[in-house]
Design a protein around this ligand. Structure first.
Ligand SMILES: Nc1ncnc2c1ncn2[C@@H]1O[C@H](COP(=O)(O)OP(=O)(O)OP(=O)(O)O)[C@@H](O)[C@H]1O
Ligand SMILES: [Mg+2]
Length: 480
């Protein structure tokens, strides 16, 4: 078991070293053992010792007190359990690796920041393959350039500047697959030499694992050793797993970026559409007011002249009176239509008088009493913000009329130090949670608020009314 030719050549001290410390010291002091000192008939312990040719042995030791020529003595039975111990160690290592990989997976699910994910794979790479250096090399798309995306090392950090990559080197990285590059091999060293930084870091052996995104090599995960190393299959396997995770993270980051870009585009589009819609409304309102309104006034005027100048009977007079009443109603209707489309008071005098008028008209038309209060807003806001807040109030009031069954509604404008708030509060039936997502009203209110980085909140409980509030942050002079 020990690989020695004779018992006499055994290193007894070494064997004693596998005993628990308290026994070791007793033997060293040649202190006799007594059976009663033993915890049981046989004691079991484990230890390691180095056999011949430096072979490491894992031992299971059974210790039994005996009599040896009338002298208390100890019998040691040593079993070689190296195979079992090696398996246990492999298993523990595997669990440790899986735990590290799982931690990265966990991060990939919860974190959208690609930098954080790359950094954590670099950290794990250094620990798992016991390297001294790790980095992510990025190949620029459509150009001959490359750069270090992120690097972790004990010494100086390689700057994240771009550098030109020789075509041969680029081809090697893109097509070679996973590779171990050693200092001693000339052509391998040439690849390392054409990438700035590695030589300065004193890296002698590097392992390169390609990052593949949509079948394209976009870079490499690299770990470096400051001394020549015989890289094992286990290390290569781990590097592949880590590189795969980086590739997925890069792909996710790209998808996320494209979704964000699309969202920004949609926002711009919807803002432009909103502006165009308001402009259109303004134009139609003006045409109705100036065109149809003026014509109706002219018809009424001419009818009055006709009434005065022509002799008509009482029957016809009554008909003319009816026509005049109809014309009055029509004029009022046209005026209201034009006002709903784009109240001229909003353009001419601003949000405060426009909301005041809106509440007055609302109280007249609907059997809900609407009251307006302005707390501190003086002067004008930009036209687009005035229109947005007016439209939100209009939609909220229309909801009160249609759904709330309220007796009162209050509209308030509150100017704070760094924000403007519009609150519409009714004492109606309230909104149940499932109904809030039904229509387009809240969607469009929210969208209008978000165009000014504002937020819309709906606070409501059944039977206790609804409070719709819009908060708009005000930058600088508050006239955004
Ligand atoms: N003040 C309110 N009181 C009670 N319920 C309300 C109130 N405001 C909205 N609701 C409820 O919330 C739902 C969603 O409102 P929203 O304005 O988004 O859509 P809508 O008014 O149904 O339709 P749309 O506005 O698209 O014509 C309404 O259907 C209604 O049930
Ligand atoms: Mg609505």
């Amino acid at each position: 078991m020990f690989g020695v030719p004779a018992a006499a050549t055994l290193n007894v001290q070494q064997i004693l070293d596998v005993l628990p410390p308290e026994y070791r010291s007793r033997i060293a002091e040649s202190h006799p053992f007594r059976r009663s000192e033993f915890p049981g008939p046989v004691m079991r312990t484990e230890g390691r010792l180095i056999a011949a040719q430096g072979r490491m042995l894992d031992l299971e030791v059974h210790i039994r007190p005996i009599e040896w020529s009338d002298v208390p003595a100890m019998e040691l039975r040593l079993h070689d359990v190296s195979d079992r111990k090696n398996l246990e160690r492999d298993q523990a290592l595997w669990h440790w690796e899986q735990e590290a990989l799982r931690e990265i997976d966990h991060q990939m699910v919860g974190v959208a920041d690609i930098g954080k994910i790359l950094d954590s794979t670099l950290r794990q790479a250094i620990i798992l393959v016991r390297s001294q250096w790790a980095g992510v090399l990025r190949l620029s798309e459509g150009s001959e350039e490359a750069s270090w995306w992120m690097v972790r090392s004990g010494s100086a950090l390689i700057p994240e500047r771009r550098f030109a990559l020789e075509p041969a080197c680029r081809t090697f990285l893109q097509h070679r697959g996973q590779a171990v590059l050693r200092d001693g091999v000339t052509e391998e060293r040439a690849v390392v030499d054409c990438i700035p930084g590695l030589r300065d870091e004193g890296v002698a052996t590097t392992v390169w694992s390609p990052l593949i995104v949509e079948s394209q090599c976009v870079g490499a995960l690299v770990v470096g050793y400051r001394h020549p190393v015989d890289v094992q299959a286990r290390e290569l396997r781990l590097m592949s797993s880590l590189a795969e995770k980086d590739s997925i993270a890069i792909m996710n980051a790209r998808l996320y970026e494209s979704v964000l870009a699309r969202e920004r585009e949609l926002e711009l589009l919807s803002a432009a559409r909103g502006e165009a819609q308001e402009e259109e409304r303004r134009r139609i309102a003006k045409q109705i007011h100036d065109g149809i309104g003026q014509m109706l006034t002219a018809i009424k005027f001419n009818l009055e002249i006709l009434e005065d100048s022509v002799r008509v009977g009482s029957e016809d007079r009554e008909r003319i009176a009816q026509m005049k009443t109809l014309l009055d109603d029509l004029m009022k209707e046209v005026q209201e239509m034009s006002h709903t489309l784009m109240p001229s008071v909003l353009d001419d005098f601003g949000l405060v008088p426009a909301l005041q008028t809106l509440c007055e008209q609302f109280s007249r038309k609907v059997s809900v009493k609407a009251v307006f209060h302005n707390h501190g807003l003086t002067g004008r806001l930009t036209r687009s913000l005035e229109v947005a807040l007016y439209r939100i109030a209009q939609e909220a009031l229309s909801n009160v009329a249609r759904h709330a069954a309220a007796a009162d509604v209050t509209v308030q404008l509150i100017q704070g130090a760094d924000r403007l708030r519009l609150v519409i509060e009714d004492n109606g039936c309230g909104i149940s949670a499932e109904k809030r997502t039904g229509g387009l009203g809240f969607v469009s209110m929210r969208e209008r608020a978000s165009r000014f980085d504002g937020t819309l909140t709906v606070d409501s409980s059944l039977g206790r009314g609804t409070v719709v509030s819009v908060d708009i942050p005000m930058t600088g002079r508050g006239d955004r």
